[in-house]
Each structure stands twice: as C-alpha cells, then as structure tokens.
Design a protein around this ligand. Structure first.
Ligand code: HEM
Ligand code: HEM
Length: 216
C-alpha cells in the first residue's frame, strides 16, 4: 500500500519533495511564459502583463530559494559547472545516480532558465518605453563617471523601433524555447531512467522514497 509522508520519515513508499509553493510557481510560470510568448506582437497588453507575471514569479523563486522547503533551497541543489558536466557525462554513459531533489544537471538548467527569463523580462520592460532605453547608457555614468557614453551607445540601442534591445529580447525569448526543449527532454530522460513520472511529481509533490544508491 502506498503511504505518503513528510520528509524525514523513513521506510515510506513516497516522500513529499516539492512544497506547494514550488509547484504553484512551476505551473504558473509555464502558463505565464506560454501566454507571453504566444501573444508577442499580437496582444500587447496581455503580452506585457504575462511578462511581468514571469518577472514576479522569478523574483518570488529567488526569495523561496533562501527560505522555502528543504528541496526548494538553492543551498540544497546548487553546484559548480564541473559537477553538472560530470553528471551529464554520467547520463551519457547511463550511470547517473537518482537524486530525490534536483540533480546537478537539472540545477544548472534552473540557473539558465531563471537567468534567461530575467533577461527576457528586463529587455521587455526596456522596450516598452524608449526613455528606459535612453537611461541605460547613463547607468555607468551614475555608477562611475569615468565611463561616459562617448561611443553613442544610446543611439545604437534606440535605433529603429527598439533597435538592439528588441533583437536581444527576441533572441532571449527564442533561447528560452531551446532551454525549455532541453529541460523537458531532461525530465523525460530522467523519468524513464529512474522509473518515475517527474512531471506528475511536480503536480503532487511526491516522489518515490530514496533507495540505498540514491542521493537524498
Ligand atoms: C510541460 C512542460 C514541462 C514539464 C513537464 C516540466 C517539468 C519539470 C519538472 C519535473 C521539474 C523538476 C525537475 C527535477 O526533478 O529536478 C521542473 C523544474 C523546473 N522547471 Fe519545468 N517543466 C516544464 C516546462 C517548464 C517551462 C516552460 C519552464 C520555464 C518557463 C520551466 C521551468 C522550470 C524551473 C525554473 C524549474 C525549477 C523548479 C524549482 O524552482 O525548483 N519548466 N520542471
Ligand atoms: C518574460 C517573458 C517574455 C517573453 C517570452 C517575450 C517574448 C517576446 C517575443 C518573442 C517578442 C517578438 C520579438 C520580435 O519579433 O521582434 C516580443 C516583443 C516585445 N515584447 Fe516581449 N516577452 C516577454 C516579456 C515582455 C515584457 C515584460 C514586456 C514589457 C513590459 C515586453 C514587451 C515587448 C515589446 C514592447 C515587444 C515588441 C512588440 C512589437 O514590436 O509589437 N515583453 N516579446
């Protein structure tokens, strides 16, 4: 019989890994990102609101990484690039260990997703009002007057309808599509390898309890 229990309770069939806030965060992010992507250049207001929701969710996640449940905390899963690469090479050889929380490759993907999402939302915010773009080159002057805008960076950024910022916004949004494809591919691969449905675990919060070879 399947028993659901909380983290730390040994001998149970399943364990609560993802706290409710992480699950709500995840699926809200999926919806908000999809709405922002699909309404780009079609429904400006909806696009901008969805983009701000993405930004708000990312900001929430940064805080939750410090104060959230055990497996939500950055300290629990963040590792250096060498560990992530070693894990990927274990995956290629089919010898990677099962992690109850995020594995090192998944952790690197989370960093990439959060960075790309922040960049997309920030460049979107800049695009919305050209005076924000105009302010950008002044930032270094405010921080350090030695870096004045002698090369006319402001002009380049403002060029055309949004200019370079619009290109960066679009490239980041499309980079997100690539990252999501790899992310979902990784989730499917790990689900097959470790005989568990990770997408369902992100809905219920529960995963099979750790075996002797698993990383808790
Ligand atoms: C339907 C497609 C998706 C599925 C099935 C899915 C599934 C999952 C699963 C199972 C995890 C946990 C990974 C692990 O076990 O380590 C996860 C984490 C994550 N996913 Fe997705 N995902 C999907 C789409 C997306 C999209 C579109 C985004 C971004 C816009 C995204 C962003 C994230 C983030 C940021 C995390 C880290 C969760 C945390 O905060 O701890 N996912 N996803
Ligand atoms: C974070 C999620 C977001 C995604 C995935 C996203 C995606 C996109 C994409 C794919 C385009 C089309 C780019 C092109 O073809 O040149 C676009 C354009 C644009 N986005 Fe976003 N965006 C996001 C957030 C935002 C935010 C927060 C704002 C502003 C508050 C914003 C404002 C704009 C504007 C003004 C354009 C140009 C639209 C036009 O020329 O009609 N975006 N966005």
């Amino acid at each position: 019989m399947k028993t659901t229990t909380t983290a730390g309770d040994k001998g149970a069939a399943t364990l609560r890994v993802w706290d409710p806030m992480i699950r709500i965060f995840h699926w809200s992010l999926v919806v908000a990102f999809a709405v922002a992507y699909l309404t780009a250049e079609e429904l400006d207001t909806v696009h901008e609101v969805a983009g701000y929701v993405v930004a708000g969710l990312v900001a929430f996640r940064l805080v939750w990484g410090l104060v959230g449940g055990k497996y939500a905390r950055f300290r629990q899963f963040l590792t250096g690039p060498s560990k992530a690469l070693a894990y990927v090479s274990d995956m290629v050889r089919g010898t990677e260990r099962r992690y109850l929380g995020h594995n090192p490759a998944g952790a690197a993907m989370i960093v990439a997703l959060l960075l790309a999402l922040s960049g997309t939302a920030f460049t979107g915010w800049l695009l919305e009002d050209t005076s924000r773009v105009a302010m950008l080159p002044q930032m270094p002057q405010i921080v350090s007057p030695a870096f004045a805008d002698e090369d006319g960076v402001a002009e380049t950024l403002r060029e055309g309808d949004g200019g370079a910022i619009k290109d960066v916004h679009e490239v980041l949004a499309n980079l997100m599509l690539f990252l999501i494809a790899v992310h979902v591919g990784g989730v499917i691969l790990a689900s097959v390898r470790h005989h568990e449905n990770l997408a369902r675990a992100m809905v219920t919060g529960d995963k099979r309890a750790a075996g002797p070879d698993d990383v808790v």
